[in-house]
Design a protein around this ligand. Structure first.
Ligand code: F6R
Length: 361
């Protein structure tokens, strides 16, 4: 049942405020400015002994993991990074007993992720799952974890589960942070930010008509560049994947800081750039990158917290706490991918060559 929507992708994009409500529900502890994650299976002493966090996932779940790694570093000050589960499995990685491994998966059945989990378990590592489907293989094989509670996701292309996974990581980062050195004041600040998310998502969804119009302009691009810096970079990666998957337009994501080391050579009017420009301590740096693109006659669409002069168009999204901004900034770009694909007449819920869960090697 599509509840009045033409596609599941559209329906699922519009379900995101409710989905985020669900991942937050019952988990916030205002008394200690932290969150409770019942299934984590990690006591405070263990949480304090973690020396590193390694997050493993594929595709969109990997991108959510990249955002999660940044949140864990920022809020809990534990070195963290994300890696595609398939790469991890095949490179005979060093498995370290003081590292917390986290497997991320919507379906909980992706074979590359499951195989990585099994290999880690065999070597005695502690593995948590950040999973949507309750009781799925990865959820069962993990030592504990967080259910993402996005609800069933039918469209092959992931939208609401991505958003909920990033929120689940914010909860984990806050929890680990408050077990370690994150202050009560910062805990309160993050909790207040989390509570603002559903309403802010609905605000973003109201820009749909504007984005639909933009999509008509992008539908004839042969290729697009997505850029972002630090918090914006995984958002650019995910937005680029979304566009590729549903519209079949080639897209490439790059860290904005790397532009001058190569991709600037590509800039010309026929290659539009989508830039993620949060109002954080890197705003001026990001503006300088827009200037470099403009100087080469590149067309720019900015996703930002306020109008960007150097951009041809800006989609303004509501500001949250710096650490939580990545949760919101990709949502207008889900709509952009959707409307671009619609303009091109693509099979949105079932893109060619893709399957919802990749249970094979
Ligand atoms: C993206 C997409 C894929 C999946 C990937 C992992 O829209 O559908 O990239 O994200 O195959 O799937 P899960 O999260 O089920 O492990």
């Amino acid at each position: 049942d599509m509840g009045g929507h033409d596609t599941y992708m559209h329906k699922e994009i519009h379900e995101q405020a409710d989905a985020v409500d669900r991942v937050l529900r019952g988990r916030i502890d205002d008394r200690f400015s932290t969150v409770h994650l019942g299934g984590l299976n990690l006591d405070a002493r263990e949480a304090r002994q973690i020396r590193r966090v390694k997050i493993l996932g594929c595709g969109t779940s990997y991108h959510a993991g990249m955002i999660g790694a940044q949140m864990i570093e920022e809020l809990a000050r534990i070195p963290a990074d994300a890696e595609p589960a398939s790469e991890f499995r095949y490179r005979n990685a060093v498995v370290d007993p003081d590292t917390l491994y986290i497997a991320v998966s919507q379906s909980g059945e992706t074979y590359d992720v499951l195989a990585a989990v099994q290999e880690l378990k065999r070597k005695g590592a502690r593995v948590l799952g950040v999973v949507n489907v309750v009781g799925s293989a990865i959820a069962r094989e993990s030592d504990g974890g967080i259910y993402v509670h996005a609800g069933p996701e039918v469209c092959v292309v992931s939208t609401k589960c991505f958003t909920n996974t990033t929120v689940a990581f914010a909860l984990l980062a806050l929890h680990l942070g408050r077990t370690r050195d994150l202050s009560v004041a910062d805990g309160k600040r993050i909790i207040a930010g989390l509570r603002r998310l559903p309403e802010q998502i609905n605000e973003i969804l109201k820009t749909e008509d504007e984005i639909k119009e933009l999509a008509q302009e992008f539908a004839d691009a042969r290729s697009m560049l997505f850029i972002g810096r630090v918090r914006g970079y995984p958002v650019a990666r995910e937005a680029s994947l979304k566009l590729k998957e549903v519209s079949y337009i080639h897209a490439e994501a790059y860290p904005a800081s790397e532009l001058k080391h190569g991709p600037l050579a590509l800039i010309e009017p026929a290659l539009p750039t989508v830039a993620i420009v949060p109002d954080d301590d890197l705003l001026e740096k990001n503006r300088a990158a827009l200037e470099e693109i403009k100087a080469r006659s590149g067309k720019i669409l900015a996703v930002a917290h306020r109008e960007q002069e150097k951009a041809d168009r800006t989609v303004v999204v509501p500001k949250n706490e710096d650490e939580l901004d990545p949760i919101l900034m990709g949502i207008p770009l889900q709509l952009l991918a959707y409307h671009t694909a619609l303009a091109l007449g693509r099979d949105i819920d079932k893109p060619r060559n893709l399957a919802k869960s990749v249970t094979v090697e």
